[in-house]
Design a binder for this molecule. Structure first.
Ligand code: SR1
Ligand code: MG
Length: 414
């Protein structure tokens, strides 16, 4: 079904990592010849093997090896996946590093026979989703991610690339099978009955109502069409808070294996949607009302701020383009369309995480079923409000107002 596996391909394991590391001249700047290497497999995502590797004598000398498996790890070998996604990820990381090195892990090399990328080990950082679950605030995140989004999206769009490069880049980043996963899991399955959906039974009434709502499904279909047809920029394609490594001073976007030329709003919306998933989860995760309000203010301020940074940094690009054919009115309309797409696509990303195959710990990790239902119900209501009202949203403050005006429908009345 996909290109045949390279004959040199072997999934690494605890025994083979060290030999592999020593066989790579690109890692001589990190590891001394023949020295003892330690490693641990830490992949907790849905798709790949991820090894943290370090020198036994000096753990500060360390890299990460990320290797594609030819099937979906989450499900097993009944769901084959193309290993070409590893090339896409490595090439996307290189572009992101060129455009925004402060928020992209450094790539040491890509091995096209092993479908493996060696990259910087972000060992002073944690996965942002886990931090948000604990109620940790990241004050620099909005500035960092706003910059990352503006630079990676604007500088890979037709606003900057010349006519030929853009088309060649679209071809180089054609990523059909991973796009199909998104088309199915984000834009199709949550809105119909399928065996792959994984919502918990208590919220079934709300899920069934949503799936029966033709006006909602019409809006989702429009978002799906845009995802499939609008080759606006090289997007990360999976920029949820599990793809962000963070601490109080640094932010890195990792895992762009879903990268392709798609709508900017899919990336901006992924970040915003995931912040609102956190917002919904703290309805029950944080019991003290003052602490909850304070953390939620941090989340909504972050949404507003990241958009403002995105607009500000995007402005640097508008300042460079041919203004005769792209007057102020066009620029304003362009940014408004990205904002409205972000609302609609972020909403779809929220609904898929509550209803679909691959959930998120923010919601699904809530142990008490009653609490989990409250958070899930609120997340669905926020998502529904965002997608249904997106055309009326004209500012980021209005987007936040739409979301914060929502309440959970669970426990059901009557
Ligand atoms: C079946 S793969 C499930 C999800 O994991 C990735 O992180 C993407 O979000 C994908 O949709
Ligand atoms: Mg990932």
């Amino acid at each position: 079904m996909f290109t045949e596996l390279s004959t040199r391909y072997q999934p690494l394991n605890a025994e083979t990592v060290s030999g592999y590391v020593h066989s790579r001249p690109e890692l001589r700047e990190v590891f001394h010849i023949g020295e003892e290497i330690e490693s641990v497999e830490v992949g907790d995502g849905n798709l790949n093997l991820v090894f943290k590797v370090w020198a036994k004598n000096d753990p500060s000398r360390t890299v990460v090896l990320k290797q594609a498996l030819p099937y979906l790890r989450l499900v097993g070998d009944s769901w084959p996946l193309p290993t070409d996604r590893a090339r896409i990820e490595a090439e996307a990381l290189k572009i992101e590093y060129r455009l925004c090195p402060q928020h992209t892990p450094r790539v040491y090399f890509y091995d096209p026979d092993m479908y493996l990328t060696a990259m910087q080990n972000l060992n002073n950082h944690i996965i942002m989703r886990k931090g948000l679950i604990q109620g940790i605030k990241y004050p620099a995140f909005a500035e960092h991610i706003g910059l990352f989004l503006a630079r990676t999206l604007a500088y890979t769009s037709d606003l900057v690339l010349d006519f030929r490069t853009k088309k060649l880049e679209v071809a180089r980043f054609t990523n059909p099978e991973l796009c199909k996963i998104t088309e199915d899991l984000v834009f199709t399955e949550p809105y119909r009955k399928t065996e792959r959906n994984r919502y918990h039974p208590e919220i079934e009434p709300q899920v069934l109502a949503l799936q029966a709502d033709d006006s909602l499904r019409t809006q989702v279909a429009q978002m799906k069409e845009k995802f499939m047809t609008h080759a606006q920029a090289l997007i990360h394609g999976d920029l949820h808070t599990g793809s962000i490594m963070i601490n109080q001073t640094e932010t890195f976007a990792i895992d762009p294996e879903f990268a392709f030329y798609g709508p900017m709003g899919f990336d901006v919306g992924a970040v915003i949607g995931n912040l609102f998933l956190s917002y919904a989860s703290h309805e029950v995760r944080t019991k003290d009302p003052e602490t909850r309000a304070d953390f939620r203010k941090y989340l909504t301020d972050t949404v507003i701020q990241l958009w403002k940074v995105f607009e500000r940094e995007f402005g640097e690009v508008w300042a460079e383009v041919d203004l005769i054919n792209m007057p102020k009115g066009y620029q304003e309309d362009y940014m408004l369309r990205v904002l409205q797409d972000s609302a609609g696509m972020g909403a779809c990303k929220m609904m898929r995480r509550v209803i679909g195959l691959a959930g998120v710990e923010d919601i699904r990790g809530i142990e008490d079923a009653n609490d989990r239902s409250i958070a899930a119900s609120l997340a669905l209501n926020i998502a529904q409000a965002l997608i249904m009202n997106r055309r009326e949203i004209r500012t980021i403050e209005e987007l936040v107002e739409v979301a914060t005006g929502c309440r959970p429908s669970y426990p059901w009345k009557g």
